[in-house]
Design a protein. Structure first.
Length: 312
C-alpha cells in the first residue's frame, strides 16, 4: 500500500472539500449578516469609548474585553431578531431583498434560534463577568429594540425617536461596565448619541422612502407628504446637538480643547443638514449620512483624548 495514498484520493480531496468549504463559508457569512456587522462595529466603538471614560484612566483590558464580548452578543441577537421579525417586509424592499432571510438562504427558525442564543447568551455572559447595572441596561437595550422599536416601525413615525434610545445606550454600557455610576456624565454620553442619530437616520429614511413605504414602514418621509419636513427636522436635531455636545466640558468629561473640536464638528454636521434641507436630493442625503459617520468617531476620540489629558 502506498504511504502517500493513490493519485485519485489526493486529487479528489480538493474536489470534495472545496464545495463543502464554500457552503460552510457562505452560511457563516449569512449568519454574520444577521448581526448587521457595520452597525455592530460602530456600536462597539462607542462601548470602548464609554469604558475608557468610565475607568478614570485605569483601563483594565480583560474586563473591557469581557464587556465587549457580552455586549457584542446582545447587539448581534438584537439585529438577528429584528431581521427575523421583518423578514416579510424586507422581501418587499430593494435594499434588503438580498438579506439571508428574504433571499431564502437561511430558514426563519435558524434566524430565530440564532437571535435568541446570541441575545440571551450575551446577557448571561454579562451576568457572569460584569455588574448588575450593565446587565440591566443591556437587557433593556435588547427588549426595547426588539419588542418596542421593531413593531412600531410599521405603526408610527415616532419609531425613530423610540429606536434612538437603545441606539444611544452602548457608550453608557461601556461606562457602567467600567464601574462608572449612572450620573450626569453618563446622561451626557447618552444625550450626545441620542441626538446624533436623528439627522443620520432621517437622511437614510428619506433616501429609501419609497422602499419603506412599499414595505409598509411608517418612516417619517413616507408618513408626511409635506416637502422639506425631513430636512427641517434634520437641521433642528443637528442644531440641538451643538450645545449638547459641549456639555462634556461642563461635567468634567473633557476640557476646552474638546469643546473647540465639538464646535467645529457640530457646525460641519449642521451645514450638511442645511444643504440637505435646501436641496433634498440623493446627493445631499448621502452627504449628510457620510458627515454623520465622520462626526461620531471624531467627536468621541476628541472627548477621550482630552479626558485622558485632564487626568494627567
Amino acid at each position: 500500500m502506498s504511504v502517500t495514498g493513490s493519485p485519485e484520493s489526493i486529487a479528489g480531496k480538493p474536489l470534495i472539500a472545496t464545495p463543502v468549504l464554500r457552503r460552510v463559508s457562505a452560511r457563516a457569512t449569512d449568519y454574520l449578516r444577521l448581526t448587521k456587522p457595520r452597525i455592530a462595529v460602530m456600536a462597539l466603538l462607542t462601548v470602548v469609548i464609554g469604558y475608557v471614560l468610565g475607568s478614570a484612566g485605569q483601563v483594565q483590558l480583560a474586563p473591557m474585553l469581557h464587556a465587549l464580548f457580552g455586549i457584542g452578543l446582545v447587539a448581534a441577537g438584537s439585529s438577528a431578531l429584528n431581521q427575523w421579525m421583518e423578514r416579510d417586509r424586507d422581501s418587499r424592499m430593494q435594499r434588503t431583498v438580498s438579506r439571508p432571510l428574504p433571499a431564502g438562504r437561511l430558514a426563519s427558525r435558524e434566524a430565530l434560534l440564532f437571535g435568541l442564543a446570541t441575545g440571551l447568551g450575551g446577557l448571561l455572559y454579562l451576568a457572569w463577568t460584569s455588574n448588575l447595572l450593565t446587565l440591566l441596561l443591556a437587557a433593556a437595550t435588547l427588549l426595547m429594540y426588539v419588542t418596542i422599536y421593531t413593531p412600531l416601525k410599521s405603526r408610527t413615525a415616532l419609531c425613530t425617536a423610540v429606536g434612538a434610545v437603545p441606539g444611544a445606550l452602548p457608550p453608557v454600557l461601556g461606562w457602567t461596565a467600567a464601574g462608572g455610576p449612572a450620573d450626569m456624565q453618563a446622561v451626557t454620553l447618552f444625550s450626545l448619541l441620542f441626538l446624533w442619530q436623528f439627522p443620520h437616520f432621517l437622511a437614510i429614511a428619506w433616501l429609501y422612502r419609497h422602499d419603506y413605504e412599499h414595505a409598509g414602514f411608517k418612516m417619517l418621509p413616507a408618513a408626511s407628504r409635506t416637502p422639506h419636513v425631513t430636512g427641517l427636522l434634520a437641521v433642528a436635531y443637528a442644531a440641538a446637538l451643538i450645545p449638547v455636545s459641549l456639555l462634556p466640558a461642563e461635567v468634567a468629561l473633557a476640557g476646552p480643547r474638546y469643546s473647540l473640536a465639538a464646535g467645529v464638528l457640530g457646525l460641519m454636521y449642521l451645514l450638511s443638514a442645511l444643504r440637505f434641507l435646501l436641496d433634498e436630493t440623493p446627493r445631499t442625503a448621502r452627504g449628510l449620512i457620510l458627515t454623520s459617520i465622520v462626526y461620531l468617531p471624531l467627536i468621541l476620540i476628541a472627548m477621550t483624548w482630552d479626558h485622558l489629558q485632564l487626568l494627567r
